[in-house]
Design a protein around this ligand. Sequence first.
Ligand code: ZN
Length: 91
Amino acid sequence: MAGGYLCVTCKETFTSDHAFRMHRTGEYGKALYQGSRLLGYAPHTRRCMSQEEMSAAGMVKHPGSGRWSTGLFPVGGFPIKGDAQETVEIP
Ligand SMILES: [Zn+2]
């Protein structure tokens, strides 16, 4: 588990804090005001996304570690900047 993040709610593991935050959805119960008068609180809908929802959000579960990542970055690191563009084809 070293270096990973465990969600105590759904028991899924994540590669980063960002990935963990990404799988949480819904709203904290917001205070509802009419003018300055507190009417009450909106329902608390904070929850974990299902595996289907995480996939739909572009998150990727790594086959080896079983940890979810944000899916924003390629597995195995960043591509070398300009790699493809700076290749010149010799005629
Ligand atoms: Zn969770």
